[in-house]
Design a protein around this ligand. Structure first.
Ligand SMILES: NC(=O)c1ccc[n+]([C@@H]2O[C@H](COP(=O)([O-])OP(=O)(O)OC[C@H]3O[C@@H](n4cnc5c(N)ncnc54)[C@H](OP(=O)(O)O)[C@@H]3O)[C@@H](O)[C@H]2O)c1
Length: 271
């Protein structure tokens, strides 16, 4: 059932706020007059964004947080709670896209992807749940990806970390809502023109501002899943229906689409 969540003056925690989607969401939510707490690793950039937002008249605090570090995550949640006394909405946008071409199958890449894209969000859930339970309400929206059901050549580390996240969020959704009035939203973007996909340009990619707009509208409507853009949603969900034997016969050139990591990227350093 479509809801109607009011965002004005709500306290919002945002991770990945120095990136394309997280920054656009911070800017978008500043227009809703939310109180913002923004996090990422690049402190200088956080300071810059916070100064810009505050000049527009909103309250904005920031702190460095590496989501791989559980202590950093605990400190981030404590920091927001101490300053604002509540956390109404958490937008978990931190993530990395690290290719893992088969030429260099390397478990350290997969570990790093899981630590940032999956476990980083789980740490946040662990510390956000007690706050939201005590409030008797709250919304946690985490960014997964649109193709979170099928493996794509070269992107297994990313896909596996996002599939794990989507499944975990789904497994928590009903219980969190029914027992504690906590909304869990899974955000599943297709291609968004951000630094993350700069090296892998995709046809039909939308701007981060447009993505932020869609996400905020979805949150207001209390959607459980926010997926976009529409054409990509249709294509990806159709591909999900292919039986395995048919999917496996698609030439990998077609499966992987544009922007497949090249074999030269086998020396790529993990961020
Ligand atoms: N762009 C797309 O087409 C697309 C599609 C589907 C899903 N997504 C997802 O959308 C989310 C946002 O991505 P984006 O496109 O905005 O990418 P982006 O511009 O590269 O931003 C990524 C953000 O994650 C932060 N981050 C990375 N590693 C971190 C760590 N260890 N600890 C804390 N923060 C960390 C980065 O900040 P610092 O470097 O300052 O830490 C940055 O703010 C990601 O979860 C991504 O997987 C993106």
């Amino acid at each position: 059932m479509a809801g109607n969540m009011e965002l004005k003056e709500k306290t919002v925690l945002i991770t990945g706020a120095t990136g394309g989607i997280g920054k656009a969401l911070s800017q978008r939510l500043s227009k809703e007059k939310c109180r913002l707490a923004i996090f990422a690793r690049k402190e200088e950039k956080l300071k810059e964004i916070s100064t810009e937002l505050k000049s527009g008249g909103v309250e904005c605090i920031y702190k460095r947080c590496d989501v791989r570090n559980k202590e950093d995550v605990k400190n981030a949640v404590d920091f927001v709670y101490k300053k604002f006394g509540r956390i109404d909405l958490a937008l978990l946008c931190a993530g990395v896209l690290i290719p893992n071409p088969i030429e260099n199958f390397d478990s350290s890449i997969i570990k790093n992807s899981m630590e940032i894209n999956f476990l980083g969000n789980i740490y946040f859930l662990e510390y956000l749940f007690p706050v939201m339970k005590s409030q008797g309400s709250g919304t946690i929206a985490a960014v997964s990806t649109l193709p979170d059901r099928r493996g794509v050549p070269g992107w297994g580390a990313y896909g596996a970390s996002k599939a794990a996240l989507s499944l975990m969020l789904e497994s928590l959704r009903a219980e969190a809502k029914q027992k504690y009035n906590i909304n869990i939203i899974t955000i599943k973007p297709g291609s968004v023109k951000t630094p993350m996909i700069e090296k892998y340009p995709r046809h039909g990619a939308i701007s981060p501002e447009k993505a932020a707009d869609i996400i905020v509208r979805g949150i207001k409507k209390e959607k459980k899943i926010i997926q976009f853009p529409l054409l990509q949603v249709v294509m990806v969900r159709l591909t999900d229906l292919f039986p395995v034997f048919a999917y496996d016969r698609i030439p990998i050139e077609m499966q992987k689409g544009e922007g497949y990591p090249s074999a030269e990227e086998k020396t790529l350093k993990t961020p």
